[in-house]
Design a protein around this ligand. Structure first.
Ligand code: UDP
Ligand code: MG
Length: 153
């Protein structure tokens, strides 16, 4: 099964939305295979947001991502990357569709609740960036037969 990577951003910690966001993924049938709290550093953020370092909002994004510790997690499921991105919604919460996490919980382009990997290739890179191999637990919970048909597992 595919794995994807998420960050519950400082705005989510501060606003007390950690449970709401994680509950959505668990209700969907995604399996948490890794989860921890950490403080993000400039070094890891420059790597993680390398595609944005030259943008004018980058210093503000750095400060925002360091405002509090974050929660990082790995979620497992069939097509997990695409499913989690769809549940996350458009980058700007004001434009994100209602029913998505950003569409339901935010009002900002920057303080947009969650990061989610945008491709299977980046998911592998991001999981390795934030987790040691022994921090990922690739188990199959007993509910799996109620989430997927036999030929989907
Ligand atoms: N961001 C921002 N202003 C912008 C674009 C992005 O503050 O105009 C922030 C926002 O927090 C976003 C993050 O930079 O989640 C990473 O941007 P990306 O384009 O990768 O969007 P995402 O993949 O998070 O939807
Ligand atoms: Mg992105």
């Amino acid at each position: 099964m595919e794995q994807t990577f998420i960050i519950l951003k400082p705005s989510t910690i501060t606003r007390g939305l950690v449970g709401d966001v994680l509950t959505r993924f668990q209700r969907k049938g995604l399996i948490i295979t890794g989860i921890k709290m950490m403080r993000l550093t400039d070094d890891i953020l420059r790597e993680h947001y390398a595609h944005l370092v030259d943008r004018p909002f980058f210093p503000s994004l750095l400060n925002s991502m360091k405002a509090t510790p974050v929660i990082v997690a790995v979620l497992k499921g069939n097509d997990a990357v695409a499913v989690v991105r769809a549940m996350t919604g458009a980058t700007n919460c004001r434009k994100a569709a209602p029913g998505t996490i950003r569409g339901d919980f935010g009002m900002s382009g920057q303080e947009n609740i969650i990061h989610a990997s945008d491709s299977p290739e980046n998911a592998l890179i991001e999981i390795a960036r934030f987790f040691k191999p022994d921090e990922i637990y690739d188990y199959d919970p007993i509910v799996l037969p109620a989430i997927y048909a036999p030929d989907e597992r």
